[in-house]
Design a protein around this ligand. Sequence first.
Ligand SMILES: [Fe+2]
Length: 178
Amino acid sequence: MSKLFNCLENELAEIYDAEKQLTKALLKIANSAQHDELKTAFFSHQAKTEGHVRRLEIVFGILGIKISDRRCRAMQALIAECEARIAENLGDAALICAAQKIEHYEVATYGCLRSWSQLMDFDEAADLIEETLDDENDADEHLTALAVQIVNPDAGDPDEDEEMDIAHAARQGTPGRD
Ligand SMILES: [Fe+2]
């Protein structure tokens, strides 16, 4: 076996575990999102992620690779960061940032997997990997659009409690808080 085939085997095992971790994590992430559009985007990507797991199983079959139980620590850490943002209650802007780090990790991995598969003439595997790569890029772009158009502008507004404090202070004739 070539070194490149070993690279392919290792990275496939890692991303397979990563996708499986994500199928669970995305449910929690989706349920934590405050904007309906973002919630829908996360639930929709969760369904796609189930498909990514199945697609990888087909790739393993095509390449004759046995599925290993390798753990993807990078995805564990990225998911832990998402969970930390949820616990910090910083809202959807922070959640999108953490989720986009996950998408970029996946884009980097699938990009390498596709290139290596093409180089070794595993065309069918390369095409399947490219389909998932396209899904990940679409998800990333959609998150950027939601952040720019809806989530970030909302996060830039004073929150409701602060607005009530300012209105109350104005009625009392005292300056509002900074
Ligand atoms: Fe995925």
